[in-house]
Design a protein around this ligand. Structure first.
Ligand SMILES: NC(=O)c1ccc[n+]([C@@H]2O[C@H](COP(=O)([O-])OP(=O)(O)OC[C@H]3O[C@@H](n4cnc5c(N)ncnc54)[C@H](OP(=O)(O)O)[C@@H]3O)[C@@H](O)[C@H]2O)c1
Length: 264
């Protein structure tokens, strides 16, 4: 496939919004996910709406076997845009996270991102063009109890992308990391988290399409770290500028209040 955008995790939420965005721009798409019926339905809709080709790869990218299947599927494709979006969250405290979930979240949100990026970047370097967008989170700035592994892997993605940006400074390849706050997607349901999505005010849920619009605007401006929405910007500000002890106290108080509300 030529002129392709590869988006991992385009079954729902942000990945699906990116698929529509790049489909609208006329790119052929390679989209991945595990929920087969849902992603195939998305593929048909996108093909019919934007008159482009869509290749669907059903894989679990939290395992090496799944990643290898994807690498094999894309071996003849000319990928112009890579969006490392697939991700999931975990609810339990660290000591209660299963070994499988622990390995899975680290593999998906670190190994898969790194291996896929290197594989595709090597081709982009030959053509000296391309775009790589890595999806991190405002959790990369502010680690919280019951969110430790998620935040840590998202911090890895942030650091990895900023490093890549500097290494690629003399090329025409563009790199961006997106660090959103809460998104109205399937994320929290998939992790069995209890959330109120209709809540307004600070830390409200944003639509995936709104996040993509803001991130694409930042991409156009050449902004390497995109923090879409005021709430995520405030989280970043607090975590960077507050003394650490004050930061811990705010997060601990917030978590205690939230847990009391959720009875955990
Ligand atoms: N929701 C939020 O509040 C929020 C905030 C900041 C950042 N993010 C990040 O945004 C990205 C997209 O999440 P979202 O909010 O759009 O949630 P979502 O609707 O649950 O989408 C997540 C996507 O990742 C895929 N995925 C999850 N685990 C996978 C696995 N093991 N192998 C392959 N694909 C997998 C899912 O597909 P299948 O289920 O079909 O496999 C789905 O397409 C994630 O990286 C997430 O960490 C989310």
């Amino acid at each position: 496939m030529k002129n392709a955008a590869l988006i991992t995790g385009a079954t729902s939420g942000l990945g699906l919004a990116y698929a529509n965005e790049y489909g609208k721009k006329g790119y052929n798409l390679i989209i991945t996910g595990r929920r087969e019926d849902k992603i195939r339905t998305n593929a048909v809709y996108i093909e019919n709406t934007y008159h482009i080709k869509v290749k669907t790869v059903i894989v679990d990218l939290a395992y090496e076997e799944g990643l290898n299947i994807l690498l094999n599927e894309i071996r003849d494709d000319e990928i112009e845009v890579l969006i490392n979006n697939a991700g999931f969250g975990l609810k339990p405290v660290f000591t209660e996270v299963s070994k499988e979930d622990m390995n899975g979240i680290m593999f998906l949100q670190m190994n898969t991102v790194v291996i896929l990026t290197q594989h595709i970047l090597k081709q982009m370097m030959v053509r000296n063009r391309g775009t790589i967008i890595n999806i991190s989170s405002d959790g990369a700035f502010a680690v919280m109890p019951r969110n430790i592994l998620y935040s840590s892997t998202k911090l890895f993605i942030l650091n990895f992308t900023e490093g890549l940006y500097m290494e690629l400074i003399d090329t025409a390849i563009q790199v961006q990391v997106v660090c959103p706050g809460f998104i109205d997607s399937d994320f929290h349901e998939s992790a069995g988290m209890n959330v109120v999505k209709k809540k307004k005010g600070f830390m409200k849920f944003m639509d995936p399409e709104e996040i993509v619009n803001l991130a694409m605007r930042d991409l156009k401006k050449g902004r390497v770290v995109s923090v879409p929405g005021l709430d995520a910007k405030i989280i970043r500000f607090i975590s960077v500028f507050l003394p650490r002890r004050m930061f811990y106290n705010i997060i601990i108080n917030f978590t205690r209040k939230r847990n009391k509300k959720l009875n955990r």
